[in-house]
Design a protein around this ligand. Sequence first.
Ligand code: SAH
Length: 234
Amino acid sequence: MSFRASILSLYPQMFPGHLGESLAGRALERGDWELDTVQIRDFATDRHRSVDDTPAGGGAGMVLRPDVLAAAIDHASPQGDERPRLLMSPRGRPLTQERVRELARGPGAVIVCGRFEGIDQRVIDARALEEVSVGDYVLSGGEPAALTLLDAVVRLLPGVMGNAASGEFESFETGLLEHPHYTRPQDWEERAIPDVLLSGNHAKIEAWRRAQSEELTRQQRPDLLQAKKKPPQG
Ligand code: SAH
């Protein structure tokens, strides 16, 4: 059974978006993963098909109604659906490569894309939505966040990228950022490829890459060095 993503959104036409192109797009055509979208507005019950209302307690903006969203969730993810139910949200736990890997091993995901000020808290609680953030900044809607999450997951699915995403030496997989890459031409604008990479000495190359990774991580993301247990030194 392939990985199946169900997206709940007020803008389902944003999907598959960039995931319809390149490797992810070809994998989608082959059926290596599946995508379906649910228009939340289809579950509105009033004449005006309204999906939002003013915030209880006052304040700016509008809030997605719990009854409409719950009906859409129950349609997309009926009882017995084993897939995790995610809500894209700046309040969520920041997405990590580790969580991406877990999701890629599973049956898929039901992904709710918020809009407006957010969604009624009761539907988050009642449908046990896992809030997931793609970073400490605020988007206007959950759709680009969902596309980002799916992009990260789909490239790990069997057959999508072949060995390229096996991931052992990619950024975050070792708790470090990846080393720099070079290719031909050997000299470019008076910048040469580091000699060690042309030496053919694989042990030396490996040691150089590891040192570069560590230095880069220290400079750019010292938090990673603290958060992750140190990989075995070699
Ligand atoms: N008022 C909210 C922001 C709402 S933004 C707050 O301050 O927390 C509207 C929608 O965009 C959210 O419901 C969510 O689905 C999506 N969104 C915004 N920023 C996001 C982020 N960093 N990660 C994931 N989803 C995000």
